[in-house]
Design a protein around this ligand. Structure first.
Ligand SMILES: Nc1ncnc2c1ncn2[C@@H]1O[C@H](COP(=O)(O)OP(=O)(O)OP(=O)(O)O)[C@@H](O)[C@H]1O
Ligand SMILES: [Mg+2]
Length: 261
């Protein structure tokens, strides 16, 4: 879908404008345009290899776009000339990586404390209070002294989430938060994301291809397609499931094989 760029408004938290992302000379995503509103949960979906993680890497500043702009909280974080804006925006975003990315030799409390120690300059006892509060928010109070290797997959994801929200970010990016989890644990993760969105008003951009999660947590979805090298649909899950005439969107939401695929 080649939409013309939406004009950023004060309620927009994250905007992509005419974005092109890729590796070397090979563009993976082209003409990417969208705005995510304050407090929204938007899922990024599509088949394997369509560029979901690539888009996420672009949005969090790990992969510089070869064209276009990314605005977070109205500030351009994508141009080399805006290093200050990027640094400020980085402090305002949390990221839950697919692997959880916890440091194996540190306890949960130490893992969650790391970003607070690095960025806040707060005294140790206050940091310990904040860490307790964050672990409580993700239902891991009582596990502060555990090492990541002593936890189940779902608990590791929740610990990664506690670290991602350690600095009270306004925007949270999650890459496949329920990948590798059983259906019940995956549903618990969805509930937790919804709870954090309701109680803290965090804007969330969640990469997932799990239909149950998509239908449970999304206010809107952005669907990518590998051969289109970009966005093929944006809308609520209901709109995409029952209102799309695009066979690729229909097939995804109804778990059908595409003809000739
Ligand atoms: N570091 C890289 N260097 C070169 N190509 C890459 C790199 N990372 C990803 N790609 C390619 O970019 C394309 C999109 O990959 P990406 O990981 O963004 O897809 P995805 O939608 O997240 O897939 P999955 O659902 O399997 O996680 C793929 O063709 C992949 O091979
Ligand atoms: Mg991926």
């Amino acid at each position: 879908m080649n939409e013309s760029p939406e004009k950023p408004s004060p309620v927009d938290m994250v905007c992509a404008e005419d974005l092109v992302l890729g590796y070397g000379a090979n563009p993976i995503l082209k003409d990417v345009n969208f705005c995510i509103h304050h407090g929204e949960i938007v899922t990024i979906l599509g088949g394997s290899g369509c560029g979901k993680s690539t888009l996420l890497k672009g949005l969090i500043g790990l992969l510089p776009p070869s064209r276009g702009r990314i605005l977070i909280g109205g500030k351009d974080v994508s141009s080399p000339g805006h290093a200050d804006d990027l640094a400020a925006a980085r402090r305002n975003i949390g990221v839950l990586f697919q692997s959880g990315a916890l440091i194996g030799s540190l306890t949960l409390a130490e893992n969650v404390a790391l970003p607070i120690e690095e960025f806040s300059g707060l005294p140790g006892d206050l940091i310990a209070d904040i860490v307790r509060m964050k672990l409580d928010m993700v239902k891991l109070s009582g596990f502060a002294d555990y090492l990541p290797s002593e936890l189940s997959g779902g608990m590791k994801k929740r610990a990664g989430l506690a670290r991602a929200i350690a600095l009270d970010p306004e925007v949270l990016f999650c890459d496949e938060p329920s990948a590798g989890l059983d259906p019940v644990t995956s549903a618990e993760m969805d509930e937790l994301l919804l709870e954090l969105n309701h109680s803290l008003g965090i804007t969330m951009i969640v990469v997932t291809h799990e239909l149950a999660s998509i239908e449970t947590i999304s206010h809107r979805c952005i669907m990518l397609d590998r051969s289109a090298r970009g966005i093929i649909a944006i809308g609520t899950p209901q709109e995409l499931k029952s209102g799309s005439e695009d066979p690729r969107v229909h097939a995804f939401f109804h778990r059908e094989a595409l003809p000739n695929s």
